[in-house]
Design a protein around this ligand. Structure first.
Ligand SMILES: NC(=O)c1ccc[n+]([C@@H]2O[C@H](COP(=O)([O-])OP(=O)(O)OC[C@H]3O[C@@H](n4cnc5c(N)ncnc54)[C@H](O)[C@@H]3O)[C@@H](O)[C@H]2O)c1
Length: 341
């Protein structure tokens, strides 16, 4: 792909998260936003008015008419693989929001089709680009922290009933694929799996809906995941809390301990030395974006385009994201059997 021409980009789904993608695409030198698509015309028009591009209400029409290099998928979960595959088959690269889909088969098929079509397939896990996560990952992979013995993650957030009732897909098994695990805690699961770099050996977990009358999906989950490299990972997540507390991940390692919250990390080695990471002070203005979405979509989006331009390999590929997706799907296979409704 030529370094000189701007890559033509379309965004499919102009709801809440799309601003992170739209701002990033218009901010990067290498990309040009040429199309905004949403079945809700008003949303596509609002996005195009603010950031540019032609308006579409059908992604099929957009893929047909525009000469796109890449699309960003910001749709309800159950549409991710289907729309990604439609783009792959037109030779278009895809960057999709998490999760890959609501089941394993669709996600695996998307990875297979991307490969067959010879296009790049990236999956958003922007928290890996936080300074905190990068420091802890480096301290583990360099060996400074020694072997990881155990990990734990906690997420206590607030998703009141109207978060679900305001949406036609959130809180449904058939469109969202679950609740707090697949939507909110997925980032903690991904960070731990990525940092400890293990294959899942076994999962023991339970799930419940403890505080949301209006929906059937889980709003609480806890469990233990054991990796083949011996790491034991305990998790707890629930969205019945009164506010969004920072997620917290702790690692207990041979040479010390690490704790990382949202964008801060603190490592204390057994010899008393310390390392810390904190957020950068310069950020893009994401308009209506939420703090808890993280500040590093643009870092991952830039990495995706660097890969498309052949400057470096794509970091969070479909294959890579599939490792986390498999783990999450297994948490559901086991956890759903324990659901109280
Ligand atoms: N990375 C993160 O931290 C993060 C944060 C929030 C949301 N997300 C993800 O972003 C995705 C979207 O979430 P959201 O909160 O923006 O949801 P949303 O409901 O606000 O937006 C989804 C949009 O898709 C549109 N849509 C639905 N079906 C369509 C179709 N067939 N064609 C075109 N448009 C269609 C809807 O009209 C809506 O505007 C989800 O995968 C979600 O998990 C990621």
């Amino acid at each position: 792909m030529s370094e000189n021409k701007k890559l033509k980009v379309g965004v499919i789904g102009c709801g809440r998260i799309s601003v992170m993608h739209l701002v990033s695409v218009v901010s990067l030198e290498e990309t040009e936003l040429v199309a905004c698509c949403d079945i809700d015309r008003a949303k596509a028009e609002a996005a195009a008015k603010e950031y540019g591009g032609r308006v579409y209400t059908s992604y099929e029409e957009m893929l047909e008419r525009e000469e796109l290099d890449a699309v960003h998928i910001c749709l309800p979960h159950y549409l991710h693989s289907k729309v990604a595959i439609a783009a792959f088959e037109k030779g278009i690269h895809v960057l999709t929001e998490k999760p890959m889909d609501i089941d394993l088969e669709s996600a695996e098929l998307a990875v297979k089709r991307a490969k067959e079509c010879g296009v790049q397939f990236g999956v958003i896990f922007q928290c890996r680009y936080n300074n905190s996560a990068k420091l802890v990952k480096d301290a583990v992979t360099s060996g400074r922290l020694g072997k990881v013995i155990s990990a734990r993650s906690t997420l206590t957030w607030s998703r009141p009933d109207n978060y679900y009732s305001d949406s036609d897909w959130k809180g449904t098994w058939d469109k969202e694929g679950g609740g707090v695990v697949i939507d909110q805690a997925i980032h903690s699961f991904d960070l731990v799996r990525w940092v400890v770099d293990g294959e899942v050996e076994s999962i023991s977990c339970s799930m419940a809906n403890r505080g949301h009358e209006a929906v059937a999906v889980e709003d609480s989950a806890e469990g233990l995941i054991t990796f083949t490299n011996g790491v034991k990972y305990g998790f707890y997540c629930m969205n019945n809390y009164g506010c969004d507390e920072p997620i917290e991940i702790r690692l207990y390692c041979e040479n010390g301990k690490a704790v990382f919250t949202y964008d801060d990390a603190y490592i204390t080695y057994n010899d008393g030395t310390k390392e810390e990471a904190h957020p950068d002070m310069v950020h893009l203005n994401y308009g209506g974006g939420k703090d808890y979405w993280g500040l590093h979509h643009i870092r991952q989006i830039r990495q995706f385009y660097d890969a498309l331009l052949g400057r470096e390999p794509l970091e969070i590929t479909g294959e890579e994201a599939l490792k986390t997706h498999r783990m999450i799907m297994e948490v559901y296979n086991i956890g759903k059997k324990t659901m109280n409704k």
